[in-house]
Design a protein around this ligand. Structure first.
Ligand SMILES: [Zn+2]
Length: 504
């Protein structure tokens, strides 16, 4: 270079000036091209970005399948509002479902999701004049400057490792984990869960979000190197639903076919569990109607709510239940549904049910004619204390096998025979519904079952039909208010029942 300058200095003055002018002109041409050249250059850049983006979108579903590798992140940009949480362990990867959702949200099938993502605006702050390639780009929006990226926790991952991949510095991690809610939630983040990192156009992190549960999102905002946390809780909307069903094969099938969730089916059986033995006493043409709540967030179903009121016809007998503001259920006339004894010590879902009242004894092969009731179910099925009381016997002999006797008061005693395992000892106090053992085939039996006896003043009674002590009525102060609620809800059930019958 020095030699070149010396050489130029040796040239005559006129030549030196001419050469300098040439150099300056060349520099101007290179640095400031014409408008046309500029536009084509930009389009070129845009083309590359667009095709890269198409590539990445097309690859996204496959990428999602490979999330075991911690370095592979889902490379899509999705506005937060479009995202829905996927519980860990659900099949299908997050990137898959979000992409499908996004595609579903695009107005027409022809317009590609790429246009909505507007990668040009996101990757380049200049507004492009429409060219053939950029025709589909939507107008520039402020939100497009922010990019959101999901980072999924893989097996054996820590928050530190995850944060590192997301581009957070150890100092950032330190500051974040000093925030109480972040510390509580992020330090025990589970595989399959994810954080979403939002960056601005300068590629600076502005926010980190973490879905705590179906309705709460932890938001950590970064403002001038300081982190702040807030929790965004969505509102749950309750919708009232109504179902009426007739039982033709069994209770579970009838309820499930009518559209009742497993949770509500069990709730319903528990509400009437003091009056009806769901394991053995359900008959063909028993029928029921109920009104219940379902929980929604942003129009999406998130779970079951409470049963508000129900009516159950069992073998011609009508039973009703209304949920009051104390969370308890009362019959429509205001008597507590809770009674001193459960009708069945075994949950109906475990018991092989039969409608035939003259069915043969499952073990002896004879028509049932002994002093107890037999529940046939799998070995290990939990057995509940029918009522609160004291264990007066818990032992083994060759006839009863493992057995437990519970004295409830001077009048009532219940007996549970042929248990596989005893879970209580003589002298124990038990609560109603407490597991006292498991169903088995110990003693003189040929098959697994629970033999259950109900004794009133020393006399064996049929536990499924015996008149039981009266339940507590609702508090006097609540009576008027309850009566109004009960009347209103039962009228709704009746009205909906008529509607449903009319439609069938
Ligand atoms: Zn028996």
């Amino acid at each position: 270079m020095a030699k070149l300058i010396t050489l130029i200095k040796l040239l005559p003055k006129a030549h030196q000036i001419a050469l300098s002018l040439l150099v300056i002109f060349t520099v101007i041409i290179v640095l400031f091209p014409s408008d046309d050249a500029k536009a084509s250059k930009h389009t070129q850049v845009g083309k590359v970005d667009l095709s890269e983006r198409i590539q990445s979108l097309q690859n996204a579903p496959h990428k999602g399948d490979e999330t075991n590798s911690p370095n592979k992140q889902s490379e899509y940009s999705v506005p937060l509002a479009f995202r829905t949480p996927t519980p860990p362990g659900q099949t299908g990867s997050q990137s898959n479902t979000s992409l499908q959702k996004l595609q579903a949200l695009t107005p027409s099938k022809e317009s590609s999701p790429i246009a909505d993502l507007n990668p040009l605006a996101a990757s380049d702050n200049t507004i492009l004049t429409p060219t053939k390639d950029a025709e589909n780009a939507v107008p520039y929006r402020e939100a497009d400057l922010l990019s959101h990226k999901a980072y999924k926790v893989s097996k054996g991952d820590t928050f530190g490792g995850l944060a590192n991949r997301a581009g957070l510095t150890p100092r950032d991690v330190y500051q974040i984990t000093r925030l109480p809610k972040s510390k509580k939630n992020l330090l025990k983040i589970m595989p399959g869960e994810e954080i979403i990192v939002t960056k601005d156009a300068q590629d600076e992190i502005t926010q980190i979000s973490y879905q705590m549960d179906k309705i709460s999102t932890l938001l950590i905002s970064k403002n001038e190197d300081k982190f702040e946390e807030t929790v965004n809780v969505k509102t749950i909307t309750l919708e009232n639903k109504f179902i009426t069903a007739n039982i033709s094969s069994n209770f579970w099938n009838a309820a499930a076919t009518a559209g009742l969730s497993a949770n509500h089916i069990m709730q319903l059986a528990n509400i009437f569990g003091w009056d009806i033995d769901f394991a053995l006493d359900i008959r063909k043409d028993d029928h029921f109607s109920l009104m219940y709540e379902e929980e929604y967030v942003d129009g999406q179903y998130i779970g079951t709510g409470n049963i508000l009121a129900a009516e159950f016809y069992n073998q011609g007998e009508r039973y009703t239940a209304v949920r009051y503001t104390d969370g308890e259920y009362y019959s429509e006339s205001g008597n507590s549904m809770r009674k001193a004894f459960l009708r069945s010590p075994v949950d109906f879902k475990y018991v092989s049910s039969s409608f035939n009242p003259r069915r043969l004894h499952p073990v002896t092969g004879q028509v049932k004619a002994h002093r107890g009731v037999d529940y046939v179910a799998a070995i290990g099925t939990p057995i509940k204390a029918a009522g609160k009381g004291k264990v007066v016997e818990a032992s083994y002999n060759k006839y009863n096998g493992n057995y437990v006797f519970i004295k409830h008061n001077d009048t009532y005693t219940t007996k549970y025979l042929h248990l596989n395992k005893r879970k209580v000892k003589r002298g124990d106090s038990v609560k109603q519904g407490e597991i006292i053992g498991t169903l088995g085939k110990t003693g003189r039996v040929t098959g697994a079952h629970l033999h259950y006896e109900f004794i009133v003043n020393g006399v064996h009674r049929n536990p499924r039909t015996v008149k039981l002590p009266k339940s507590q009525p609702i508090d006097k102060k609540e009576r008027t208010q309850f009566a109004a609620l009960s009347k209103q809800l039962m009228a709704k059930i009746e009205k909906n029942k008529q509607l449903q019958y009319a439609n069938n």
